[in-house]
Design a binder for this molecule. Structure first.
Ligand code: AMP
Ligand code: ZN
Length: 465
């Protein structure tokens, strides 16, 4: 599998450190509102990357954070007369509603910045001790230009960085390029104790701290929207590599922007849509299909026309699926004929096409084309010879590929499977902590749901009774 690495600006063969533990970190939402249609793009495309890696046999440890403290969260809380926590918790819940609607699987961990203040303080302390950071009237800043390689991700010459940097009002930095790791408390704002007095973390440091805590010093993949390349990701690299003395992320993936009617989305232009609004008009699945209809590194244009096209294309998939479902339940009950077997092996070429598209830097546009070619041939084959067994085989092939993209999923079953896996993970955690009463309780609860667990040397396997 090849991935385009923003760090080297080339498509590279993907070689994780450990295929059974691919470490992937994606910058998540700042939770002060419903997420918007632009935010949905990275959440969907990197969900597909993760699913595809799983399809190819990798085990993925995927972390996506919630930025639950920052100026926007505080502003919203003040406007509504509630605490920052009320706002963050409300929009974390709403994130999961929309994410589920869009078919985005839950990450392995969704850590929040404010649950990890200790890890944040630890890394800031290390940076101060190593001379990369300094305290200034309760703020702590990172000496950007001291980090050799600053600018290596965004490919900006240092002169340009220096020329473009400004010191804002209230900042107490040595150099305009320096950035805040820790901000001294302002009256009335939420604050945490630290060696530099009461304060709160800067934005960039939370991702370095949480990637380190949940994945380790060197991760395989770091992803996010292209707008995050500078300064956010550049600063994450500087902080993590200065603190740990080793590479931070081996592959950097960035999705291009989503525009609205060929214009940048912005509140002031009045073309700002939340996923919740858009789903009300077109449905969640059409949004997902639309996002995958282009390559993730090409800009994509959101318009009524493009969403209606996505809806129509999806309908063709659903019609084919309903037909396969109907025939598999009502078609004649004969074993597969040799001719049918031959047709089925002819379908293998579409799987190959799908895989080579996805292997080529997750080209979902071509992968979707392969699915449609398969569906076209399935429709023809079933109209000529629609026995139940044949319909079932066709359905398995279509769903195998659609599942990787999260399309025409049997929603209830998929989300139930996820719930079961989360319970199993909790049981494993309880066992690791030697809390056997809790582990047994979870096993019993799963038993009541008709789920049988089997402990094997490869880990826990489960099946329905
Ligand atoms: P934020 O909550 O603003 O930090 O953004 C969450 C994610 O959405 C980040 O990965 C951003 O890069 C991404 N993002 C924000 N706006 C857009 C857009 N218009 N198109 C694509 N991605 C976006
Ligand atoms: Zn981040």
């Amino acid at each position: 599998m090849k991935l385009f690495n923003s760090l080297t600006r080339t498509k590279e063969e993907f070689k994780p450190q450990d295929p059974q533990n691919v470490k992937m970190y994606s910058c998540g939402p700042t939770v002060y509102n419903y997420f918007h249609i632009g935010n949905a793009r990275p959440f969907i495309v990197f969900d597909v990357l993760r699913r595809y890696m799983e399809y190819r046999g990798y085990k993925v440890n995927f972390v996506q954070n919630f930025t639950d403290i920052d100026d926007k969260v505080i502003k919203r809380a003040n406007e509504e007369g509630v605490t920052y926590k009320d706002i963050a918790e409300k929009y974390i819940e709403e994130y999961f509603v929309d994410a589920k609607g869009l078919g985005i699987h839950k990450a392995t961990v969704h850590p929040k910045a404010t649950d990890n203040i200790d890890a944040i303080i630890d890394i800031v302390k290390t940076l101060v001790d190593k001379g990369y950071a300094y305290e200034s009237e309760g703020d702590v800043y990172f000496r950007a230009l001291k980090f050799e390689g600053y600018g290596k991700l965004s490919k900006q010459p240092l002169e340009d960085l220096v020329a473009g940097a400004r010191i804002s009002v209230g900042e107490k930095k040595e150099d305009a390029c320096d950035f805040a790791l820790w901000k001294a408390a302002k009256p009335g704002e939420p604050a945490w104790e630290s060696p530099w007095g009461m304060g709160r973390p800067g934005w960039h440091i939370e991702c370095s701290a949480m990637a380190n805590r949940f994945l380790g010093k060197t991760i395989d993949i770091h992803s996010g929207g292209v707008d995050l390349t500078f300064p956010h990701h550049e600063n994450e690299i500087a902080q993590s590599e200065a603190a740990n003395g080793c590479p931070f992320a081996n592959y950097w993936l960035h999705n291009a922007f989503l525009n609205i009617d060929n214009k940048k989305m912005s509140k002031s232009l009045g073309n700002f849509f939340t996923v919740r609004d858009a789903a009300g008009v077109y449905g969640y699945e059409a949004i997902r299909f639309f996002m995958l209809s282009a390559h993730y590194r090409s800009p994509i244009n959101y318009s009524e026309e493009s969403l209606m096209q996505a809806k129509a294309a999806l309908e063709r998939l659903h019609n084919a699926d309903n037909n396969m479902q109907f025939l598999s339940e009502n078609g004649s009950d004969e074993p597969l004929s040799d001719a049918q077997k031959e047709i089925l092996s002819g379908f293998d070429k579409y799987r190959d096409k799908f895989i080579s598209a996805m292997d080529d830097d997750i080209n979902t546009a071509d992968a979707i084309a392969a699915i449609f070619e398969l569906v076209r041939d399935v429709n023809t084959a079933l109209s000529e010879n629609g026995t139940a067994a044949f319909a079932k085989e066709c359905m398995a092939r279509v769903h195998e590929l659609c599942d990787v993209l999260g399309l025409i999923e049997k929603k209830e079953e998929a989300s139930l499977d996820q719930e079961i896996e989360e319970m199993i993970e909790k049981r494993q955690a309880a066992r690791r902590e030697k809390n056997f009463a809790e582990a047994d309780r979870i096993r019993d609860e799963l038993g009541k749901m008709g789920i049988i667990l089997e402990d094997t040397p490869q880990g826990v396997k489960w099946h329905r009774a």
